[in-house]
Write a protein that binds this ligand. Structure first.
Ligand code: AMP
Length: 172
């Protein structure tokens, strides 16, 4: 199954110059969705970690079923104002625009190990911000895992101290 061929690419969305990788077409295709989860699962199943952390919102789509498959708990990192408990917060820049991410302060304890999951790595800004949040709670990042990597943006370099896994690569 060629999952890459099920991803729809839309040029100049949401702003000119961005080549948007639309995964809704992959998710709708049950074989492609299942194969994506199979590939993501295979890459991390032997790593040492306690939780999957998913980045809102497309990181939830892959992170939650992966946690279930691997018998781990799932922890959400959310956009501002969504979490009801006491939160830890970071601000960072996106490929387009700015963003903030939040996490419950009591969601991780010092020494916990996590795999951070998102649909796509572009500049690596969101992923790095997520790692900062997790480390500020004293927990450790065992790996990052993305379905898609935009290689020309060199997001991997921002995460050079970490193990970075991706399944589908684009050169732009
Ligand atoms: P970044 O922080 O630059 O690595 O951006 C990653 C986040 O932005 C991911 O959660 C993606 O969902 C989204 N994103 C950034 N660039 C694109 C793109 N070209 N196509 C689809 N989603 C993107």
């Amino acid at each position: 199954m060629d999952i890459k061929s099920t991803i729809r690419v839309i040029e100049d969305y949401p702003v000119e110059g961005i080549s948007f990788k639309d995964i809704t077409t992959l998710l709708k295709n049950k074989e492609a969705f299942e194969e994506s989860l199979d590939l993501l699962e295979k890459e991390i199943k032997d790593l040492d970690f306690d939780y999957i952390v998913g980045i809102e919102s497309r990181g939830f789509i892959f992170g939650a079923p992966l946690a279930d498959r691997l018998n781990k708990g799932f922890i959400p990192i959310r956009k501002p104002g969504k979490l009801p408990g006491e939160i830890e917060k970071v601000s960072y820049e996106l490929e387009y625009g700015e963003n903030e991410l939040e996490m419950h302060k009591d969601s991780l304890r010092p020494g916990d190990k996590v795999v951070i999951v998102d649909d796509l790595i572009a500049t690596g800004g969101s992923a790095k911000a997520a790692a900062n949040l997790i480390e500020s709670l004293g927990a450790k990042v065992s790996a990052f895992e993305f379905l898609i990597e935009l290689e020309d943006l060199n997001g991997r370099d921002v995460l050079d101290d970490y193990k970075v896994i991706s399944v589908v690569k684009y050169d732009h």
